[in-house]
Ligand binder design. Structure first.
Ligand code: ADP
Length: 227
């Protein structure tokens, strides 16, 4: 399965993508995580991207497209992948379609997770992240077991992302509406887009995501059987 997750920051792409990746045995490729690791490690890429990320602005298309192209060439992505945080602009969506067409492995689905703006601001301004595995927690809905450390890395203290303060969250949401939201129409045009509601318990949303993808798998099997 080659899947793109779309949705406003805080809609739940990371959380659902992580669960789906584990279930399907395919990697989750999150450009935000790759970039944050580059910043943490002080690589040239990280040094170039840091200022824009800290302000909630997008990193230039050619930089992110290069990162994704390289990542998708790794062997684990040959069986499929879940893209989270990419594409974020129409130029990125077109570049993705072109690179996958060249490889003869087009996208199967694009899943948009919907959530109202006020809800995502509340989620993001309180969320904590593991700096090692990037798993996120929410004190209100999905807290870490001991309140301080990552469940999967008991020695690692969770951190609050520098771009997760209200002002920068609002900036990221504004950028999302201007640059990324139009991608839903781009993918709806040729029938690749599915939508699920991102409000509710994490398990509930996972159920909706799986149901949306399973319905498609059934429909695809039906098409093949009729062909
Ligand atoms: P969120 O979805 O919570 O805003 P991400 O972790 O996906 O956060 O991304 C964090 C930041 O990384 C973005 O605000 C942006 O600066 C940069 N970034 C991530 N993915 C992309 C992308 N596809 N294009 C441009 N910038 C990106």
């Amino acid at each position: 399965m080659r899947l793109v997750l779309l949705g406003v920051p805080g809609a739940g792409k990371g959380t659902q993508g992580r669960r789906l990746a584990a279930r399907l045995g395919i990697p989750q490729v999150a450009t935000g995580e790759i970039l944050r690791d580059a910043v943490k490690n002080g690589t040239p890429l990280g040094r170039a991207a840091k200022a824009r990320m800290d302000q909630g602005l997008l990193v230039p298309d050619d930089v992110v497209i290069g990162i994704v192209e390289e990542r998708l060439r790794e062997p684990d992505a040959a069986v499929g992948f879940i893209l989270d945080g990419f594409p974020r602009t129409e130029a990125q969506a077109e570049a993705l379609d072109a690179m996958l067409a060249r490889a003869g492995t087009p996208l199967d689905r694009v899943l948009e997770i919907g959530a109202p703006v006020e809800k995502v601001v509340a989620r993001l301004s309180t969320r904590l992240e593991c700096p090692v595995c990037h798993r996120t927690y929410n004190p209100a809905g999905a807290p870490p077991r001991d309140g301080v450390h990552c469940d999967d890395h008991p020695d690692v203290e969770l951190i609050h992302r520098v771009d997760d303060d209200v002002e920068k969250i609002r900036k990221r949401i504004e950028v999302f509406h201007a640059e990324t939201a139009p991608l839903a129409a781009y993918y709806a045009k040729d029938g690749r887009l599915r939508r699920v509601e991102g409000l509710g318990e994490v398990d509930e949303v996972t159920g909706r995501v799986l149901a949306a993808l399973a319905a498609d798998a059934d429909a695809d099997a039906g098409k093949e059987a009729r062909a």
